[in-house]
Design a protein around this ligand. Sequence first.
Ligand SMILES: Nc1nc2c(c(=O)[nH]1)N[C@H]1C(S)=C(S)[C@@H](COP(=O)(O)OP(=O)(O)OC[C@H]3O[C@@H](n4cnc5c(=O)[nH]c(N)nc54)[C@H](O)[C@@H]3O)O[C@H]1N2
Ligand SMILES: Nc1nc2c(c(=O)[nH]1)N[C@H]1C(S)=C(S)[C@@H](COP(=O)(O)OP(=O)(O)OC[C@H]3O[C@@H](n4cnc5c(=O)[nH]c(N)nc54)[C@H](O)[C@@H]3O)O[C@H]1N2
Ligand code: SF4
Ligand SMILES: [Mo]
Length: 702
Amino acid sequence: MSVETNELTKELARIKNATAIRSFCYTCPWNCPTEIFVRDGKIVYHKGNPESPNDIGSRCAKGMASFHLTQDPDRLKYPMKRTGPKGSGEFERISWDEAFKIIADKLKAIKKKHGPEAVVWTCHHDPNTVFARHLIGDLYGSPNCYAHTSGCEQDRRMACLTLFGHVFPMHDFAHSKYVILWGMNMLGANQGLFESRALLEAKKKGCKLVVVDPVFTETAQKADEWIPIQPGGDAAMALAMCKVIVDEKLYDADFVSKYCDGFDGFRDHLEKHGYTPEWAAPICGIDAETITRLAREFATTKPAISAQFKGAGYYTNGADAGRAIYILDALTGQVDGPGNIHLKDWAPLGAPVVIPDDAKTTPKKDPLHIAMGYPLAPDLPNSRLPEAVLDGDPYPVKAIFVQSTNPVMSDPDKNKMIEMFRGLEFGVAIEIYMSETALECDLVLPETSFYEQAEIRQGLWLGPQVILCQPAVEPPGEAKPLYDIVQGIAKKMGWGKYFPYKKWEDWGEVCMQDVPMSLDELKKTGFWAGEVRYNRVPDGMPTPSGKIEIHSQAFKDAGFDPYPVYVERSVLPDDDYPLQITHSKLSMHCNIVTQNNPYLMEIVGENWVEVQTADARKYGITDGANVVVESPKDKITIKAKVVEGLVPGTVCIRHGHGFGHWAMGSVAKGKGAHSNVLMDRHTSPISGANCYNECKVRVRLA
Ligand SMILES: Nc1nc2c(c(=O)[nH]1)N[C@H]1C(S)=C(S)[C@@H](COP(=O)(O)OP(=O)(O)OC[C@H]3O[C@@H](n4cnc5c(=O)[nH]c(N)nc54)[C@H](O)[C@@H]3O)O[C@H]1N2
Ligand SMILES: Nc1nc2c(c(=O)[nH]1)N[C@H]1C(S)=C(S)[C@@H](COP(=O)(O)OP(=O)(O)OC[C@H]3O[C@@H](n4cnc5c(=O)[nH]c(N)nc54)[C@H](O)[C@@H]3O)O[C@H]1N2
Ligand code: SF4
Ligand SMILES: [Mo]
C-alpha cells in the first residue's frame, strides 16, 4: 500500500519510481520500523520509518544489508525430504502436500504410541509461532511449545518476572542521569536503535554511564567508567552495592516500605552473609572503594537505571546476579519512573486464531521444564533436551520441530545436539537456509523471510505499540509463511476449520480488533503507538503479592533462597586450562543469521578471539595470528586479536560464523570458527539457562 503520510517518503517513491511499503526489520530482535521501496517486484531502496517513535527513522548496517535475503540464491525454495543418513545433506524435493501428509501421519503415530507430550516445538521469538501453538499445543495437546530463551536472556527474564511480574523491561534512558549496564553491550550488540540513541543523547546531557563488563566493549568505550569485572562476579558486586545502600540508609524508605515485599528480611540476609564490598572485592576483581563509591553514586543520582542483558547470565550463578542487579533499582525507588527501567504496557493485540475449549486436548504430563525440575524457568532448558530424547528423562521426546532456530549451532555442546537430532524419530526444520540443524532433520520446509510475509507484533519501545511487517516482494520458489504451513498440516490432521483464513489480512483484522486503529490504517502507518505511562508501581505489580518481590516466595517454593545469594560458578580455570572463556556478539552480524550476507561479510568476514596483551605475551600469541583454543572437550582454530581492554586471564570469543560445510550458504562457508563445541552443557539450576561461559581453555599458536 502506498504511503502518503510523509513528504520525504512520497518524494523518494517518486524519484525511485517505486511503491513505498511500511514494514519492520527482523534482522535482529529489535524490529525497527522501516520503509521498503519496491519497483518491478524488487527492493530498490529502504530506510527507517520516519514517523515511528524510532526517532530519526534510521537503520543499522545489518538492517540495510538485509535486503540481500530476497535475492540470495542459497535460500531454501522447496520442501525437502531426507534421503541419505542424517547430516549427509542428501535430500529430495517433495510437494507441500506430501510434506503435510508425512507430518500429519507422524504426529498421529507418535501421539498414539507416546502421547502428545513427545512432540516439542521450538522457535525463535516469532509471534506467528502462535499459529503453531494452537496446532501443536491446543489441538494436538503437547505442553511443549517453547521459544529459545534459555539460549538468550533467560536469567534476566526470570529475574524480572519474579521481582516485577514483567517479562521484558525497556529502559527510559532519555531521562536518566545515571546508568549502570551489567553485561549489556548495547552499542555493539545493539539493543535496538531507539534505546541506543536515547542513551547517547542522555550522555550528551550529562548522564553518567558505567559499564560493568570483562570486555572493553563498544559500549564501555563510550562510558564514563568501565568496570572490568571478573567473569561470574556480578552477584557479589551487586549484592555488596545493595549492602552499602542499605547500611548507609541511601535507599528510598518510603518506596520500599510501601511497594516492596521483604526489605527487612533482605537487610538481615545481607548482614547474615556478610556481603560487604571487602568480601566482594576479591571475587569480582573490583576494589571495595570503587564498589562503595558506585553504590553511593547510584543511590544519590536520580533518575537512575541498573540494567542488564545477557552477560551475568552466561554462568550457573547468573540467575541471582540478575535479581541483585534489579534489586538495586527497587531499593532506590527507581522503577518505572521517567529515566528508570520501564515496565512497558503491552498493546491490546488479539489472538488471531481461537480454538474452542471443547476442541482442545489437555496434556496428561507436565511441560518439560517442570518435569525436568526447573519450575521457575521461563522457557525450556534447551541444554537438558538431549536427556529427554536420548534417555527418555524425564519422559521421552520423539519429535522436534525447529522454526527459525538452529540449536545445533546455537546451544552449547554442538556434538551432543547433533547426537540428539540423530536420536530422534522425527525432526522438522522450518528455515530459510539449510541450517546445520536442518541437515539433521527428516523434513526441511522453506519459510518466507520478513520481506515476504506479514506479522503483527508488539513493538519494543516504551509504551504500548503495534508494529506491522507486510509482504514487500514475492518469496523464492515455493517458500510459505508460517500460517500457511500450519494450515496445511492442520488440514491433514482434520483441523482445517480452525485455520480458515485465505489471506493474511483476514487474521490481521482479528489481531487488531481491540487496537484503536484499523488494519488498513496500520498498513499505511506501519505502527500504532499508545500513551507512554509512568509510575505505575503504586497501582500494584502483577506479582503474587502485588508488590516488588525482593523476597521471592516463588524461589522459596522451588527450594531456593528467597533472597539472592552468591555462589561460585561451576568451572574455574586451572593449570592445564588457565584461561576463562567469555562471549560477546558482533555489531555487524546478528547471531548466526547474517553470515551469508556478502555486504556484511565484506565488513566483518570472520569472527575472532580476543586475547589480553599480558596473556598474549605469556603464550606467544601475536595479533592476527591463527590460534588454537582448546577446552577439555574440543578445540577450534580461530584468528586472534590482541587487545588491552579485557580482564587478564580471560579470552573473549565473538559469536557468529564457523559454518563448516555448505549449510547456511556459499558466502558463509568456511569463514571463522564456531565455539559451541568447546563447552559442556552447564545449566543454571534456577532458571534453566544455557551457561556458555562455564568453560576453561588454553590458547596457542596454530
Ligand atoms: N549486532 C548485534 N545485535 C544483536 C545481536 C547480535 O548478535 N548482533 N543479538 C541479539 C540478541 S539475540 C541478543 S540476546 C542481544 C544480546 O545483547 P547483549 O547481552 O548486550 O550482547 P552480548 O554480546 O551477548 O553481551 C553480553 C556482554 O556480557 C559481557 N560479559 C560476559 N561475562 C560477563 C560477566 O560475568 N559479567 C558481566 N557484567 N558481563 C559479562 C560480554 O563481554 C558482553 O559484552 O543482542 C541482540 N542484538
Ligand atoms: N557461543 C554463543 N552461543 C550463543 C550466543 C552467544 O553469544 N555465544 N548467543 C545466544 C543467543 S542470545 C541467542 S538468542 C541464540 C540464538 O540462536 P537461535 O535460536 O538458533 O537463533 P538465530 O541464531 O537467531 O537464528 C537461527 C536460525 O534462524 C534462521 N532464520 C533466520 N530468519 C528466518 C526466518 O525468517 N524464518 C525461518 N524459519 N528461519 C529463519 C537462520 O537461518 C538460522 O539458522 O544463540 C545463542 N548462542
Ligand atoms: S537494530 Fe536490528 S531491527 Fe533495527 S535495523 Fe538494525 S538489524 Fe534491523
Ligand atoms: Mo538472544
